[in-house]
Each structure stands twice: as C-alpha cells, then as structure tokens.
Design a binder for this molecule. Structure first.
Ligand code: CA
Length: 362
C-alpha cells in the first residue's frame, strides 16, 4: 500500500480533530513515548499520527467483552506505563474497561519483523486482519512474542485490543525488524485509520442535569432506533443508558435523555459526551462521524438529603445533637471497648486461641 494513496485533505477536518486532541492534552498526563529514533518511517503525514482509541466498559472482569461504549480519542502511543488516567477520563472508571485501537502501522522497509507485547491486563494484536499476538486473558505482566512476520514497506492495517480488570494498567508494545533491534514501536509509525473524520460537535447539559444536547454543524436527517448504543454520556463515574432523538425545536441538534435509573449530571461535574460514528446518525453533510467532547455543564442538580433544602450558609444547623438526625435508640460508640469472640468463632476458625483485646473509637 503506497503512503501516497492515503493522503487525504486534512486541513478541512483539523477543526473537528481539535476537540479530540485538546481533550487528550487536557485530561491525560503526558504519555510515555519511550521509542528512540528507530527505523525511520519512509514518508508519513504528521497530521495523521496516532491511533483511534475506542473505550468500553466490560460487563465483568472476566467477560473480556466490549459491552458499553464510553468514548473515543486519539492515542499517540502503544507504549504507555500508566493507562489509568485515560481510562478514568474516557470510561469513567478504571475497573473492567476494554479498549480497541485501530489505525495503520508504518512499516519502514521490506523484511522480517517480530512483535512483543507485555501488559496489565490482557491484549491481542492483528495486522491486515491476521492475528499477530493473542493474549486475550485476565493475567498481567506476561511477556509475549509473535512469530517472525514478513512485511512489506508501507502502511498496514493495525488493530490492538486491550482489557483492564482492576489495579494497575499498562501496555508495552515493541518490535524488531530489518536493521533495528527490539524497541518500543515509535509513535511516528502509528497512523489514524484511513478516512477517520471526526465530527464537529458541541455538548451542553441542561440545568436539570437530566437532558443533554449536541449541537451539530448541519441539520440531522436520521437517528436510527439503536443509535444511542453508540453514544455515551460519562460524568462522575456514571454512564448514562440514554435515548437520543432529533430536537424538534432545532434541526441541527440532538436531544439526549438518560434512562430512568441513571444518575443526573451534578452541579460542576465534568461531563464527556462521545459518539463512535457507527450508530447510523446522518446529517445534511452525510454520515455523522465520531466525536468526544467535554460538555458545557449547566446543571444545578446535586445529590442531597431531605433536610438539605432547610439549610443554607446563613442558616446552618447548630452543633450536635442535630434535632433532625436524632434517633430513638442512639448510643455513642466513642471510647475504649473490650471484645471477645463468640462461641461460634472456634468452630469456624479452629485456631488455638480466639482473639480478644481492645479497640478504641473516638
Ligand atoms: Ca490490571
């Protein structure tokens, strides 16, 4: 595949790319780019650098599925010491997350290559649709090595899947090839998928915290019934299960409504609204591409007890005991307490002596 073939007009969509790039810059600490100046790619368009990263929540730690879409961003490296900040920003959680990176790998010269991946947790990689490394498991810190693979110079379709259960999260992807020894794949060898065209979108959350709108550059022409599965609203660790429809009062706007069990977006909370570009939504400009934007949050909603409405900064409750919180059978637990295991303890824990001692609460 000739790199020249893939040259596509870029300036026109630079504006659309900016939110993704800025989002990455603002929300994610500098990622490790440990690659030395390795095999210099022949010709590459700097503006197409990076991989498309689609983030999902898994249905469980062991499911290793892509159950709920949460966000899309441009990731510039496959050698990252700490993925937790990115997972937190784009999945709203650092537990039970899966990522799918897609794009193209710039192979510098004809020859035989070997790939090496180590991570926490599992991963798998394919080139031109063929599996290169398959370690789609729940373990961690396992170094894997591919077979020797003969590749031609130029761009090859690349896909890397990654899963994170809990705890630490990293991915170290390396290669060796003709004329260079094993080293991280340089970021300059990673290119966005052909035709990757993010949409220019602006998100806003209403004062109720229970509606979001997405402003698009042109009129919405179709919103398929299941489009909402491809759209994510993430805020304060919560992920909406929304419905999406065209705003009857504004043709170029989408209305996003949370499910009945979803938590409203809270006052001052960060909100990210994303669309993977695969839900079939169309506008007068054609298929709506992917986007991921930090929404303007106008919500005034916040989680409060039933007493919150009765107090303010000028009308604070007096010191204890607070009359509203008094219980009939209140007992203060402050002080030193003695404890001893009950008779059932030795039967369940046949150790020589059941524990006894003091604990202190203040
Ligand atoms: Ca982990």
């Amino acid at each position: 595949m000739s790199p020249g073939r893939l040259r596509i007009p870029f300036l026109g969509r630079l504006a659309a790319l900016l939110p993704l790039l800025l989002g990455a810059a603002l929300l994610v600490p500098a990622q490790v780019s440990a690659a030395p100046a390795a095999a210099s790619p022949s010709s590459a368009e700097a503006t197409d650098l990076g991989l498309r990263g689609d983030y999902y929540r898994m249905s469980s730690r062991t499911a290793l599925d892509f159950a709920s879409y949460t966000g899309t961003r441009i990731d510039n490296s496959l050698y990252v010491d700490d993925l937790l900040p990115t997972l937190r920003a784009y999945a709203g959680t650092t537990d039970n997350v899966a990522v799918r990176w897609t794009g193209r790998l710039q192979v510098p010269a004809d020859g035989v290559y070997t790939f090496y991946i180590k991570g926490d947790n599992g991963f798998r990689m394919s080139l031109d649709g063929a599996s290169v490394i398959d370690h789609w498991t729940t373990d961690w810190d396992v170094q894997t090595t591919s077979e020797a693979i003969t590749l031609t110079a130029g761009l090859h379709d690349l896909a890397v899947d990654y899963n994170q259960g809990n705890g630490g999260a990293y991915l170290h992807t390396e290669w060796s090839g003709p004329g260079f020894s094993r080293q991280p794949i340089p970021d300059s060898a990673l290119h966005l998928p052909a035709g990757f065209a993010p949409a220019d979108a602006k998100g806003t959350v209403a004062t109720t915290g229970r509606t979001a709108t997405i402003e698009l550059p042109s009129a919405v022409t179709a919103v398929p019934a299941d489009a909402a599965k491809h759209l994510a609203v993430v805020s304060a660790g919560a992920l909406w299960s929304p419905t999406v429809a065209r705003d009857p009062n504004n043709a170029s706007r989408l209305l996003v409504t949370p499910g009945k069990d979803d938590t409203p977006v809270a006052l001052h909370a960060d909100v990210r609204i994303s669309y993977d570009g695969k839900g079939g939504i169309t506008t007068a400009d054609g298929d709506l591409g992917p986007f991921s934007v930090v929404a303007q949050n106008n919500s005034t909603w916040y989680f409060a007890t039933k007493w919150a409405k009765d107090v303010s900064a000028d009308n604070a409750l007096p010191e204890y005991p607070r009359p509203q919180l008094t219980r009939k059978n209140w007992q203060n637990l402050n002080g030193t307490w003695q404890f001893q295991a009950t008779d059932t303890f030795p039967r369940r824990h046949p150790t020589p002596d059941a524990p006894r001692g003091n604990w202190h609460s203040a």
